[in-house]
Design a protein around this ligand. Structure first.
Ligand code: SME
Length: 149
């Protein structure tokens, strides 16, 4: 498991070497999942008009491949243009269940200026798995991905 700076460096190199957007996103989700044991499901949604569409992900298939803006924690983060951390998904009425084992979630928008391009969505089977270090890491990765989308 790489510490934050080293993991950001590793993902920077991987994204720079990726031939296209899909490969860049796939590298990011794969390296995040491999280096953070608490990250049970790691995926990227892309905004297409008013809907988030699931792109590359690592983990079990999700039933939520299309999420309207404003629905779920994913839709809320896109509508608010801000990172959302949920310590206990079962206590959050916005939550759209993807797996019964999921206990906490972080959603980080991928922005270009004030436009939302998509978001990084991560579920954990551990309650309150996401803290300031995860936010910093994932906001860095979102900023790296934005110019590639
Ligand atoms: N839990 C998300 C839905 C996506 S799945 O976690 C992959 C939400 O509430 O928006």
């Amino acid at each position: 498991m790489l510490e934050t700076d080293h993991l950001v460096d590793t993902i920077t190199v991987a994204i720079a070497g990726a031939p296209d957007a899909t490969a860049a996103m796939t590298q990011a989700v794969t390296l995040l999942k491999a280096n953070r044991p608490d990250y049970t499901w790691v995926g990227i949604y892309l905004l297409d008009s008013n809907e988030l569409v699931l792109g590359p992900f690592v983990g079990k298939p999700s039933p939520h491949t299309h999420i309207p803006l404003g629905r779920g924690i994913c839709g809320a983060a896109a509508a608010e243009k801000a990172t959302i951390i949920v310590d206990d998904v079962n206590a959050d009425p916005r939550y759209l269940a993807c797996s019964l084992e999921t206990r906490s979630e972080i959603v980080v928008p991928i922005m270009r200026g004030s436009d939302v391009l998509g978001e990084i969505d991560i579920d954990s089977d551990r309650p309150a798995a996401f803290g300031p270090a995860d936010r910093t890491l994932l906001e860095s990765i979102a900023a790296l991905l934005a110019p590639r989308l």
